[in-house]
Design a protein around this ligand. Structure first.
Ligand SMILES: Nc1nc2c(ncn2[C@@H]2O[C@H](COP(=O)(O)OP(=O)(O)OP(=O)(O)O)[C@@H](O)[C@H]2O)c(=O)[nH]1
Ligand SMILES: [Mg+2]
Length: 178
């Protein structure tokens, strides 16, 4: 796909329920300070992220139900990297997030690098990571993709843990391209 005259073929698709923090995270990855206000992504946005000579197309998809239905499957099937963002501070949506995580894991290419991010760890009400792993049955997803699945707990808003998680994904994508 051509963006601003650049041929960018490696897609990293960002999914997760609305309000999880996808757009905030991508803003961070661009090296910018995110807005604190919630501005829902309506549909889908694409941006180029250039990392160490690698151009990645970040696909930011709105998490509202209509956009999940319209865009997620096709964009996940194309992706070399998948980032599933979960709101650690919203236990009421564990079940819904888990249902969609299962769908995403079946759509993902076997060779795709899959990063699960438990976001908003800065909030006092954030669930601990082991509880999230249990509640979302993440071990099952992990066992199916032992070399290409990672779980990190982060704060996109306060830029905590973001670099470590992102470096893992970039390394996996680079290795996959060799
Ligand atoms: N406390 C805290 N708030 C966060 C964090 N990340 C995102 N937020 C806030 O959560 C809200 C939603 O963030 P977005 O990045 O817009 O969420 P999204 O996943 O892109 O939402 P959709 O576009 O609707 O799918 C915003 O008010 C952000 O400031 C975080 O790490 N900690
Ligand atoms: Mg968004």
């Amino acid at each position: 796909m051509k963006i601003f005259d650049k041929e960018v073929t490696t897609a990293v698709t960002f999914v997760g329920l609305e309000n999880a923090g996808k757009t905030t995270l991508i803003t961070r990855l661009k090296g910018k300070e995110p807005e604190k206000d919630y501005i829902p992504t309506m549909g889908m946005n694409m941006e180029v992220l250039s990392i160490e000579g690698l151009d990645l197309m970040a696909v930011d998809i709105g998490g509202q139900a209509e956009f999940r239905d319209a865009y997620w499957e096709a964009q996940i099937k194309k992706a070399a990297g998948i980032v599933f963002v979960f709101d650690s501070a919203d236990p009421s949506r564990v079940e819904e997030a888990g249902t969609w995580l299962q769908k995403v894991s079946t759509w993902a290419r076997p060779e795709a690098a899959f990063l699960f991010l438990a976001n908003k760890k800065d909030l006092a009400e954030a669930m601990p990571l082991d509880q999230i792993i249990e509640a979302l049955n993440l071990r099952e997803v992990m066992s199916k993709r032992p070399h290409s699945f990672a779980v990190h707990q982060i704060s996109a808003l306060y830029n905590d843990g973001v670099d470590e998680a992102w470096n893992w994904l970039v390394e996996r994508i680079k290795t996959g391209q060799k």
